[in-house]
Design a protein. Structure first.
Length: 322
């Protein structure tokens, strides 16, 4: 075969493969789907079930939500090794793409072994202090921390958690020395924060909200890029002296890495449509999260941005996931 004929053959083959992917995406789904997600009752579980209900109504196929209490090093390889046919999907938090930065040998690559489908929801952290801390703004907190290096403690819910990374990012950007106190969960961390055993924390709006309203905690700023409806009237950390600061708990949907782009886009369109409904927005907002609904490309960009923002913080602070 001559070179021109070979070239034409390669183009024709590529077109046939592309057409086959489109046909498969159009025929999909023809059987039940399976969502791997977090523990029963978790935020990821709740969002997964909203998706499951919406997809079943739209596509006429059952969606089984499979709860896994295990971390990303278990669930990510499980989905990565599934057939790339769109019937096994993973809905999980940012540990999926942050874990490889905190492990010497992660058992998966989030952008090769998995295919990001959509960044679905986000919940900004809120910076709170105990009322005994004599500050009323982020700038005042930074000034106090500079004046008393090592005197203030912050609550963190585990190595590499959102609260841990947010606090270390704050320390790095503000150039302050604040000591970390580690807790096994948000509940014990909140208990000690309310008692004044620790002075500050980046925590969830759900955990802090009631205590902010009754005056037992003082909120200084929300850590979203722009003001959040979850904390109306609250300034952002970025606008309060630390430009570019962001710390949010995010969750997204992934498919196995070799899933055809046409199929990824088909799933993306339906998930984004569900997120845009008034019912889904309200139900999710009531649990303390805001709808995002990105394209696959935007999701990839978010992952890379998180790596760029937090990679140096993780290395400098020696953060390793347990």
């Amino acid at each position: 075969m001559s070179t021109p004929q070979l070239f034409i053959g390669l183009i024709a083959g590529s077109i046939l493969l592309s057409d086959a992917g489109e046909v498969n995406a159009q025929a999909y789904p023809t059987k039940p789907l399976r969502f791997i997600t977090g523990s029963a009752g978790s935020g990821a579980d709740f969002a997964s079930r909203i998706f499951a209900q919406g997809l079943t109504a739209a596509w006429g196929q059952p969606v089984v939500v499979e709860n896994r209490g295990a971390g990303s090093v278990v669930v990510a390889p499980m989905v990565a090794s599934a057939p790339p046919d769109g019937y096994t999907l993973l809905f999980f938090g940012s540990s999926i793409w942050m874990t490889p930065l905190m492990r010497e040998r992660a058992p998966y690559d989030p952008l090769k072994d998995l295919a990001p489908v959509t960044l679905a929801v986000s919940s900004p952290s809120v910076l709170v202090v105990h009322p005994s801390v004599a500050v009323n703004s982020v700038k005042e907190l930074i000034a106090l921390a500079k004046a008393r290096p090592g005197a203030l403690n912050y609550a963190s819910t585990g190595p590499g958690s959102v609260s841990h990374l947010a606090s270390e990012l704050f320390k790095a950007m503000a150039n302050v020395d604040v000591m970390r106190i580690n807790y096994k969960g948000t509940a014990p961390a909140t208990t000690d924060l309310l008692a004044g055993a620790v002075q500050l924390a980046f925590t969830t709006t759900t955990a802090a909200g009631p205590h902010i309203k009754n005056g037992k905690l003082k909120a200084l700023a929300v850590a979203s890029v722009k003001p959040s409806a979850l904390m109306p009237g609250m300034p952002t950390v970025a606008a309060s002296g630390l430009p570019g600061f962001e710390a949010s708990s995010t969750q997204g949907m992934f498919a196995p890495g070799k899933t055809p782009p046409a199929l990824v886009n088909r799933i993306n369109r339906e998930l984004v449509r569900i997120l845009a409904t008034a019912d889904a927005k309200e139900r999710l907002f009531n649990t303390g999260v805001e709808v995002v609904g990105s394209t696959p490309e935007q999701f990839v960009a978010t992952i890379k941005s998180d790596w760029a923002r937090l990679g140096k913080v993780i290395r400098d602070a020696g953060i390793r996931e347990e």
